[in-house]
Design a protein. Structure first.
Length: 344
């Protein structure tokens, strides 16, 4: 059987720790044939360590040698690289967030559609066991009323890479971390759609010198992205979502939370719990679900590879990723303008 020839673009932390192990566990179906990185020393190191035969300085030169690429560069380069690859007939798995903004996201989607190529954004939370079980429970939850989403880290601004650089990343805790939970929540709530956002973003705490930070040190003067965000999101079915994210919060411990209260029941995702009235009292159901990110990354890689080989359909539609990008744009715009923003 034909194996998919995979190229990796931007071989930093996520490429090495998540994508390479996932593809290496799928060697019957996919072969990593090349890597590319602006840091050629790093690219050569990763290639040698993982027995990857080709290293390219220029990703355009890589495209004729691969069937698909996985893009793991800073966010600013997601769109130009994805569009170039799709236009060369190469399938694309691009790390989250989709892009710096929705205009870029639309261009990526158009290129995928025009070239009829598989295009996926790495929102791997959809492949987390407890999220998948919550999706199966949504019918029993019934029409959603209120959803709560929290992506909170206690003092963990990423001190490596370019995560605090707005020019290269487009934003901070929201576009980097909150985006995962928004994607998972919107997927659970579909077909309900977000239509309006009122939000506030902050960067007060991280602009102060000598902050306690568990993920290395960072230059507080150069920091120009959000470290706290709160938002109130209205949906087309009249339901609402309360959103909060931060990577520098003064809280007891990190918190990853999605819960949905519906007309017939309620679901909590991390850990999975289901609440429903029965026999005149509230009942609680638990499940032995896992919340393993590596496992989710493996399932995501498997789904992408199978879709490229024509054996499966994508479980993560890029149109959904564009919706997340539009909401992120609206959150930033609402905060800047001090008013609610509609999502089109
Ligand atoms: N799915 C997740 O949970 C998750 C986790 C971490 C990072 N990410 C995403 O992955 C991407 C990379 O994050 P990371 O943590 O690996 O960062 P990183 O800084 O560790 O690695 C980025 C790599 O890209 C290279 N690079 C920079 N510009 C490039 C360009 N124009 N062309 C080719 N290579 C280029 C850098 O030299 C570096 O090796 C980001 O978009 C981030 O949001 C996703």
């Amino acid at each position: 059987m034909k194996r998919l020839r995979m190229g990796l673009i931007g071989v930093g932390g996520i490429a090495e720790n998540r994508h390479i192990p996932a593809y290496q566990a799928l060697t019957e179906h996919v072969e990593i044939v090349a890597v590319q990185d602006v840091n050629l020393v790093r690219a050569k190191e990763v290639a040698e360590k993982n027995a990857i035969p080709n290293v390219f300085e220029d990703y355009l030169k890589m495209f004729p040698h691969v069937d698909a690429v996985t893009i793991c560069t800073p966010n600013k380069f997601h769109e130009p690289i994805a569009v170039a690859a799709l236009n060369q007939g190469v399938h694309v798995l691009c790390e989250k967030p989709m892009a710096m903004n929705a205009d870029e996201g639309k261009r990526m989607l158009e290129a995928a559609e025009a070239n009829n190529k598989i295009f996926m954004i790495g929102y791997h939370y959809r492949f987390v066991d407890s999220v998948m079980l919550a999706k199966e429970s949504m019918q029993e939850v019934g029409a959603p009323i209120v959803t709560r989403v929290q992506a909170l880290r206690q003092r963990k601004v990423p001190g490596w890479g370019v995560f605090i650089n707005k020019q290269l990343q487009g934003g901070g805790s929201l576009i980097d971390w909150g985006c995962h939970l928004l994607d998972a929540a919107f997927w659970l709530l579909a077909p309900s759609k977000p239509i309006e956002v009122s939000a506030q973003t902050y960067q007060r705490l991280s602009k102060q010198p000598n902050q306690v930070n568990d993920w290395g040190s960072y230059d507080h003067e150069a920091m120009d992205v959000d470290d706290h965000v709160s938002a109130y999101i209205r949906f087309d079915d009249g339901s609402t979502l309360l959103f909060e994210c931060s990577w520098a919060a003064n809280i007891k411990a990190d918190k990853t939370h999605i819960s949905i209260s519906g007309e017939n029941g309620g679901v909590n995702v991390f850990p999975y719990e289901f609440y429903q009235p029965k026999h005149h009292r509230m009942m609680e159901t638990r499940a032995d679900t896992k919340e393993d990110q590596q496992e989710a990354a493996f399932l995501q890689a498997q789904n992408f590879v199978d879709a490229c080989l024509g054996k499966d359909t994508l479980k993560s539609n890029p149109k959904d990723a564009l919706l997340v990008t539009k909401v992120i744009d609206a959150i930033y715009e609402s905060s800047e303008q001090g008013k609610s923003i509609s999502i089109n």
